[in-house]
Design a protein around this ligand. Structure first.
Ligand code: F6P
Length: 367
């Protein structure tokens, strides 16, 4: 008798989601599992909206961005809320409805692909006896228990391509260009893209920056004949003593963003006429389009590893990448702590050595 598995992806999409789904279904089908995929994550489970997934249904999707299952970032199952991302308790009636629907559909276990919000919800279901194997998903690469999540590498590639283009126009116009990346409360995308893309300053959520030091740095560059500067700023970065820039989009969720414009305005105010400045917000471009080769391989490997975990009846675990091996750890380990950029991070140390401004004078080495 086959086992029926439900697949859920929830939260912001990332490049590689389809590759996880395809890999799980193709490998799982060989082991005689049947699959259904819920549309729009938990919402599809609550509304009984789903599609059957077999090898034919997932043919040719691995290289395609987005997710064939669609996704939502909020809804009745929002696991995290607010600017600090604190854990939301899912209402009891919602959890009960979910469990009842799983029973009705005779689903024995779930593969849940998600970031910290989705995984917080998964934990609450696992606590009620639902068999779950989780796969981490975020372009931010902010989950502490895994070395890498798929989507991150592609997001960095996209940001680097943008920086290469920003560079030439910055040089032509002798401008300061401020490029804002995604990343929420961690700066991995900004750090990696900034280092690879030749940024002169990289501002990260982990290291509050000093406006005066930034202005001194930009002036210093001008004085030595470098008439343009590229600043990469992570959306969650903030100046010392100031709040994170965010927009109220209604509901419990707060959307980060706007820091590049804020910096542009402040530099114009603090150093009037000194620099010609433009800001660019890369936004969702970083999450769109095809996954790169590295992310496809990682995503396919995560999908197959999730099937192995199910097959071995290792429930309540999440697949994580450590030292180039996929292993299983309890789901809560993945979300207990954000994986932040530290001064020990290879890219941070390299940026520092190269004289890239990293927020304050202390972090940069004059050259
Ligand atoms: O967590 C992934 C992410 O892309 C963040 O980097 C960003 O802050 C957020 O999602 C954007 O969310 P939304 O797609 O809801 O605008």
């Amino acid at each position: 008798m086959y086992k029926k598995i439900g697949i859920i992806n929830s939260g912001g999409d990332v490049q590689g989601l389809n590759a996880v789904i395809a890999s799980a279904v193709i490998y799982g089908s060989k082991l005689d599992y049947k699959f259904i995929g819920f549309i729009k994550g938990w919402e599809g489970l609550l509304d009984m909206e789903y599609i059957e997934l077999d090898s034919a249904a997932v043919r040719g999707i691995s290289h395609v961005g987005g997710t064939i299952l669609h996704s939502v970032n909020k809804g009745r199952f929002a696991g995290k809320a607010g600017v600090d991302g604190s854990m939301n308790k899912i209402p009891e009636e919602i959890l009960e409805l979910t469990i009842a629907n799983l029973k009705k559909l005779e689903i024995e276990a779930l593969i849940v692909i998600g970031g910290d919000g989705t995984l917080s919800a998964a934990i609450q279901l696992a606590e009620r006896g639902i068999k779950i194997v989780a796969v981490p998903k975020t372009i931010d690469n902010d989950l502490s228990s895994t070395d890498r999540t798929f989507g991150f590498s592609t997001a960095v590639d996209i940001a680097v391509e943008a920086l290469d283009r920003i560079h030439t126009t910055a040089v032509s116009h002798d401008r300061v260009m401020i490029v804002e990346t995604m990343g929420r409360h961690v700066g991995w995308i900004a750090l990696h893209a900034g280092l690879a893309g030749g940024a002169d300053a990289i501002l990260l959520p982990e290291f509050d920056f000093d406006y005066n030091e930034l202005i001194n740095f930009l002036k210093w560059r001008k004085n030595i004949g470098r008439n343009y500067s590229i600043i990469v700023v992570s959306e969650g970065a903030k100046a010392i003593g100031e709040a994170i820039s965010s927009k109220d989009i209604g509901g419990p969720e707060v959307k980060l963003g706007g820091i590049s414009e804020q910096i542009m305005n402040r530099l114009n105010m603090l150093a009037p006429g000194e620099f010609e400045i433009r800001n660019v917000v890369l936004g969702h471009i970083q999450r769109g389009g095809t996954p790169n080769a590295e992310d496809r391989i990682l995503a396919k490997s995560y999908g197959a590893a999730a099937i192995d975990a199910l097959h071995n009846e290792h429930y309540g675990n999440i697949i994580v990448l450590r030292d180039n091996k996929l292993i299983e750890v309890p789901i809560h380990e993945a979300i207990d702590k954000l994986k932040e950029v530290t001064q020990e991070a290879l890219a941070f140390k390299t940026a520092k050595r190269l004289g890239i401004f990293l927020g304050t004078k202390i972090d940069s080495v004059s050259n």
